[in-house]
Design a binder for this molecule. Structure first.
Ligand code: PGA
Length: 252
């Protein structure tokens, strides 16, 4: 069982073109080459993607992600971007199901399922986010809740497509709050997620599926989280905006 370690930086709506270019240059400066089993994914805003693709081109192990895409191939959807457009600028991953998209843009399971299909149709990969709100955890319902999120958006997929999914467990109460899940809480949920995938797709596929932790992941806590048996890396928000912090997390 030698899953790759993945660190993904979700910039959200931060950095103009020039600031973003500098951030990527600063990150790249810190690595001669990434170790064979480590992948670093950067998810800048749409405006940055093409330039970022050029900057990352010669750097093995660095990949590009978009933070969203539309579910339709093309059409009269003012302001939206399709998976095919993302592919044309060398994007390899699309983040879907992030709690901010669910909360502020009303993305429900039905739309997310369509978006997952649209991304996979272009032969891109999905970083699919799941995670419970605080009241759900307080009620002890976090495991069935996350299980339902996985089932609703992903479990229609055939095995070959499920292989292209990276899961990110992001407890909503930990995102941007400075409050991280404890290693016990993270490991417990990650093992549960792997078990749910195994029950549907078998142990082999489940053991190959990367499951990232997200939510106030910082240089100070990354090593203890990434050392957990079922945590295969992190999806980083705030700490991905400073090269020094992001590099420290990758080095963890
Ligand atoms: P955070 O965000 O690291 O700022 O908590 C994580 C995320 O939303 O992916």
């Amino acid at each position: 069982m030698s899953r790759k370690k993945i660190v993904a930086g979700n910039w959200k709506m931060h950095k103009n073109l020039y600031e973003g270019k500098q951030l990527i240059a600063d990150i790249l400066k810190s690595f001669d080459a990434l170790p064979e089993n480590v992948e670093v994914i950067l998810a800048p805003p749409f405006t940055q993607l093409e330039l970022a693709a050029h900057q990352l081109k010669e750097n093995r192990g660095f990949k590009l992600a978009a933070q969203n895409c539309h579910q339709e191939k093309e059409g009269a959807f003012t302001g939206e971007v399709s998976a095919e457009m993302l592919k044309s600028v060398d994007v390899e991953y699309v983040i879907l199901g992030h709690s901010e998209r669910r909360q502020y843009f009303n993305e429900n399971e039905a739309v997310l399922r369509q978006k997952v299909n649209a991304v996979l149709e272009q032969d891109l990969r999905v970083i699919f986010c799941v995670g419970e709100l605080l009241d759900i955890r307080d009620a002890g319902q976090e495991k069935p809740f996350v299980e339902r999120q996985l089932q609703a958006a992903l479990f229609h997929l055939p095995e070959a497509e499920m292989e292209k999914i990276v899961i990110a467990y992001e407890p909503v109460w930990a995102i941007g709050t400075g409050r991280t899940a404890t290693p016990e809480q993270a490991q417990d949920m990650h093992a549960h997620i792997r078990g749910v995938i195994a029950a549907k797709y078998g142990e082999a596929l489940a053991s190959r599926t990367p499951i990232l932790y997200g939510g106030s992941c910082k240089p100070e806590n990354a090593a203890s989280l990434f050392a957990l048996p079922d945590v295969d890396g992190g999806l980083i928000g705030g700490a991905a905006l400073k090269a020094e912090d992001f590099v420290a997390i990758v080095n963890s």
